[in-house]
Design a protein around this ligand. Structure first.
Ligand code: AHM
Ligand code: MG
Length: 343
């Protein structure tokens, strides 16, 4: 018998379509929306791959100085996603890290009542890493508009638990998309550049309650940390087993997508806490904290501010920030216990 595994590829579109068809009421609109996000990610992946050579050699028609090229990639990625999402016809409003105001899709670009989604995204997160060729990514979350709404800020200023899907795409040594439409399922897909398709490579990603013993935080900020943080991370470093040192290992890329991706695959805890300098934290609730918390929870992990579940936050501003800790359930529970003690 021939081996079908190499020719019968499960692409992201095929997988999402099969998943949605399992729901008799599904219209296929979310599938089409996800196809437009995929296209955006493929386009950005190509631009990211070219960025290094453009910056270093001025090839590919770019003559700007390095700094400007850098900036342009953020702007370019934003334009790519806005255009791709708009052309899907399924999106009524968008919130992007790159735009102060909410983007309202015009009536002519809407597929009537089918434009029933709001998409929040960070088109190119971790962009300070571009020049060094370090992994960067796109983060997105999707809400269904509230009943009867044509798209207002009320459709996105909602708890993250109400998202219908969230994902990220990591532009690393390979291009990897991780996506969840809820229901405790998270899948990973890798871009096969030869055929231009995301292929299901990590079906049903699960995080064990305790994975590898890794902590991931910008420790340079420790001078600003609150007492709970100082105690918790101090304990990870001075951990002993049978009287012998058994400290956690430290890993910090400085790109949320890469740090969270590793945390999902290997385990441990990622943190960007609120501290004395960044009183509300650094990362944005809508398009950084919520999508990542949605994915992590659906994979069996947890995400908290220290005292509150991230997905229960109710943002009042589009670009609101929050402190965040996420990762393996047992690690996050221990962190919360320290915060409870200091309350
Ligand atoms: P950005 O949206 O300006 O790219 O900033 C977000 C990034 C995250 O990817 C990362 O977790 C964090 O900033 C790193 O910040 P720091 O350099 O302060 O450690
Ligand atoms: Mg960002």
């Amino acid at each position: 018998m021939s081996d079908h595994t190499k020719t019968d590829l499960v692409t992201l579109s095929r997988h999402v379509l099969a998943d949605q068809q399992a729901h008799p009421a599904a219209s296929g609109d979310l599938t089409l929306l996800l196809v437009s996000i995929q296209l955006g990610c493929k386009f950005v992946a190509t631009c990211v791959r070219k960025a290094g050579i453009v910056n270093l050699t001025g090839l590919a028609g770019e003559t700007n100085v390095q700094g400007e090229d850098q900036k342009k990639l953020d702007v370019l990625a934003n334009e790519i996603f806005v255009n791709s999402l708009r052309s899907s016809g399924k999106v009524a409003i968008m919130v992007s890290e790159e735009d102060e105001d909410m983007i309202v899709v015009s009536d002519t670009d809407r597929d009537g009542d089918h434009a029933s989604y709001a998409v929040v995204f960070d088109p190119l997160d971790g962009s300070s890493n571009i020049e060094a060729g370090v992994s960067i990514g796109t983060i997105f979350g999707i809400y269904k508009l509230l009943p009867g709404s044509k798209g207002t800020t009320a459709d996105v200023l909602r708890p993250g638990r109400e998202m219908v899907a969230a994902g990220y795409c990591m532009y690393g040594s390979s291009t990897t998309m991780v996506l969840s439409t809820g229901g405790g399922k998270v899948h990973g897909y890798t871009l096969d550049t030869t055929i231009g398709e995301f292929i299901l490579t990590h079906p049903d990603l699960r995080m064990a309650p305790r994975g590898k013993l890794i902590y991931s935080i910008n420790e340079g900020n420790s001078v600003y940390w609150d007492d709970a943080c100082v105690e918790y991370f101090g304990a990870l470093k001075s951990r002993t087993v049978d009287g012998k040192p058994a400290p956690y290992g430290a890993r910090y890329v400085g790109s949320m997508v890469a740090d969270v991706h590793r945390t999902i695959l290997y385990g441990g805890i990622f943190a960007y806490p609120a501290d004395k300098k960044s009183k509300s934290g650094k990362l944005r609730v809508l398009y950084e904290c919520f999508p990542m918390a949605f994915i992590v929870e659906n994979a069996g992990g947890r995400a908290t501010t220290g005292t509150k579940r991230i997905l229960d936050l109710e943002p009042t501003k589009l670009h609101e920030r929050s402190g965040i800790f996420l990762g393996s359930a047992d690690d996050v529970a221990e962190l919360e216990a320290v915060y409870a003690k200091h309350a």
